[in-house]
Design a protein around this ligand. Structure first.
Ligand code: ADP
Ligand code: MG
Length: 249
């Protein structure tokens, strides 16, 4: 029994593309300050699930609840106001802008809810403050004025986490944050995520099993759009079905 509040929940969430059911009646609960990893082979429906959770795709069926409020069908731009921030499987920053400018742009997305009543000068300071704080949290303060596109791939992905943080989320939805990284870059990213984990709900789609096992409390395995298994990470890891279907040991 876990006393932490449920911040995000899916009930029978389903997404079809024509005849293909990419996400099939998925029911999951994500708790406050919990890291929940979702694994599964390519085509399992992980990215589609992320796109549903962040309203980048409309579901074909089922519901999404945020702190017990039904948010099914809300537009994507409302998700930031609900505290749901996401990164993408491919890099999504503005390469000709500096790290600070990228974080500033992301910080502006908090405007509608939390800064509407600020006067322009105060609002400007607030945005800058959030951008600086996000740079600090993602470990890039020393790169503040570097043009993003001139940094290493690993630093660019770090900056993307910073941009998510700048938007003021409670829930971080991260689609393969280690994709394409070398060992050293992966280790830096895992350390960054471990530092964030006590403060945020993290929904982590990731192929790197070492990273998953070192970060996740809860592990969900998806195959062909459905949940094969979900539960505490050690329990799921030990499951025969999971080993046969996915882990291959
Ligand atoms: P994963 O992220 O687990 O690799 P995806 O969610 O990307 O899986 O894809 C799940 C299935 O849905 C795949 O068969 C994929 O081809 C299909 N799919 C994903 N997005 C679309 C789309 N926009 N249109 C049609 N089919 C899609
Ligand atoms: Mg994917």
């Amino acid at each position: 029994c876990d006393s932490r509040a449920c911040v995000l929940e899916t009930r029978g969430l389903t997404k079809s593309f024509g005849g293909l059911v990419a996400v099939n009646a998925v029911s999951l609960r994500f708790l406050e300050r919990q890291t929940h990893a979702i694994i599964g082979p390519n085509g399992a429906g992980k990215s589609t699930l992320v796109n549903l959770l962040t309203a980048h795709l409309p579901p074909s069926g089922g519901r999404i609840l945020c702190r017990n409020t039904d948010i099914t069908g809300l537009p994507a731009h409302r998700m930031t106001g609900l505290g749901i921030g996401r990164s993408y499987q491919k890099t999504n920053l503005f390469p000709s802008f500096t790290c600070f400018e990228n974080c500033r742009l992301a910080a502006q997305t908090r405007l509608p809810t939390s800064m509407r009543f600020f006067r322009p000068a105060a609002r400007y300071r607030e945005i800058n403050r959030h951008a600086e704080a996000a740079l600090d949290l993602c470990g890039l303060s020393a790169r503040r004025d570097r043009v993003a596109g001139t940094m290493s791939y690993g630093e660019q992905r770090q900056l993307e986490i910073g941009m998510v943080l700048a938007s003021g989320p409670e829930i971080l939805v991260l689609d393969e944050p280690l994709a394409g990284m070398g060992r050293e870059e992966s280790e830096r990213m895992v350390a960054l995520l471990r530092g964030l984990a006590p403060h945020f709900t993290i929904i982590l789609i990731e192929h790197d099993m070492d990273a998953v096992f070192s970060l996740a409390e809860v592990l969900t395995v998806m195959v062909n759009g459905t949940l094969l298994e979900t539960g505490p990470v050690e329990q799921v890891r030990a499951s025969v079905a999971v080993r046969d279907a996915y882990l291959g040991d």
